[in-house]
Design a protein around this ligand. Structure first.
Ligand SMILES: *Cc1c(COP(=O)(O)O)cnc(C)c1O
Length: 361
């Protein structure tokens, strides 16, 4: 018995350690997870009622086409319904896209370090991955353009980039998009869009009209606070999105997820509030770094990557003992850094105290 050769060098995704596991292993009462960029404020209170309603439907298969949510999202982002593809998280949209487009002999172009799922899914499909190093935490679009060749099928742009939090402005993005060959798909992964405050952050969806090779990814997992319900989507040109649809499982998003997302979208006040609180948190972490002369990347997301000049696994272990789960920079390509998700005001304050102790050991 043998699995595909393409799976040989891959490991399953290593998620942030679950809170319950850490409590059990270390005998801690209070554990705070600031590792997976989840929303510390949960989700909109609208969602709770919706989930209770959906309970009566659990025995019945969901609407795989997610018609009700589809109409809602189409209206929210200003496209027609057929331009959308829903996934079990935007992770699954990446998977479906790779599955639908890539074969052996093809390649994708990505930045490095960036979100690992582009590479992972491309490798499974037998494609080559051309990784272009970040410059100061930012995508090097000139080099990414040069990396495109006749076999390139997809270019992934992560904006803001995970794990650095850097973003691409609309001018850079647009100039890049114009230069990419028309038969190469450009993916703009905007998982943290709701947190962005930069005024020149690209408004990408309107560009699809003139650039049918552009696919924009969004998710309900981050600012909307629905990570466990797994709903994300892609937006693109109608013909392209419809041609990808056969790669989708028949019932890939759940009724509960769809209904929760529908209701979450209605509560834009919640999103605004989270955005403001998140920005205060980012500023607190930045002030800490400035004060102690630590390098950090300016983040437009809900996380910050800072260089403590201590091996990432040491930082991870030390904070874990105190009941804080963070992301070890070693696994992200930044060996002496840590990526911390912005928590509540209180959690940020406590985290900064722990970090202060850690760097003054
Ligand atoms: C979290 C994240 C996603 C995946 O989110 P889903 O939960 O699968 O919707 C996609 N891209 C980036 C850059 C992320 O950080």
């Amino acid at each position: 018995m043998k699995v595909k050769d393409t799976l040989q060098g891959l490991t399953p995704y290593q998620p942030g350690k679950p809170v319950e596991e850490v409590k059990r292993e270390l005998g801690l009462e209070k554990v705070v997870k600031l590792a997976s960029n989840e929303n510390p404020y949960g989700c909109s209170s609208n969602v709770k009622d919706a989930i209770q309603q959906a309970f009566s439907e659990v025995a019945v298969y969901p609407d795989g086409y997610a018609q009700r949510l589809r109409t809602k999202v189409a209206d929210h982002v200003g496209v027609n319904e057929k331009q959308l593809m829903f996934g079990n998280g935007s992770d699954e949209v990446i998977l479906m896209l790779c599955r639908a487009v890539l074969s052996k002999g093809d390649n994708i172009v990505t930045a490095a370090p960036t979100f690992p799922q582009y590479r992972h899914n491309a490798v499974i499909e037998g494609a080559e991955v051309k990784e272009v190093p970040l410059v100061n935490g930012e995508h090097d679009l000139d080099e990414m353009e040069k990396a495109i060749d006749a076999n390139t099928k997809i270019v992934f742009v992560c904006n803001p980039n995970n794990p650095t939090g850097n973003y691409l402005g609309s001018e850079s993005f647009y100039n890049f998009l114009k230069r990419v060959p028309k038969d190469v798909i450009v993916v703009s992964d905007e998982a943290y869009k709701e947190y962005v405050i930069a005024e020149d952050y690209p408004d990408t969806i309107p560009l699809i009209a003139d650039h049918p090779n552009l696919i924009v990814l969004r998710t309900f997992s981050k600012a909307y606070g629905l990570a466990s319900l797994r709903v994300g989507y892609g937006v693109g040109e109608e013909g392209l999105m419809q041609s990808l649809d056969p790669a989708r499982e028949p019932f890939n998003t759940s009724s509960i997820g769809q209904l929760a997302a529908y209701n979450a979208l209605d509560d834009q006040d919640f999103i605004e509030e989270c955005k403001t609180k998140n920005r205060n948190g980012i500023e607190a972490f930045e002030a800490f770094c400035e004060k102690h002369n630590l390098h950090y990347y300016p983040s437009q997301g809900n996380f910050i990557l800072m260089d403590l000049q201590i091996p990432g696994s040491e930082i991870f272990d030390a904070l874990l003992k105190k009941g804080y789960i963070v992301r070890n920079g070693e696994a992200l390509g930044f060996p002496t850094s840590v990526r911390i998700t912005v928590g509540s005001e209180q959690q940020n304050k406590e985290m900064i105290e722990e970090l202060t102790t850690l760097i003054s050991r």
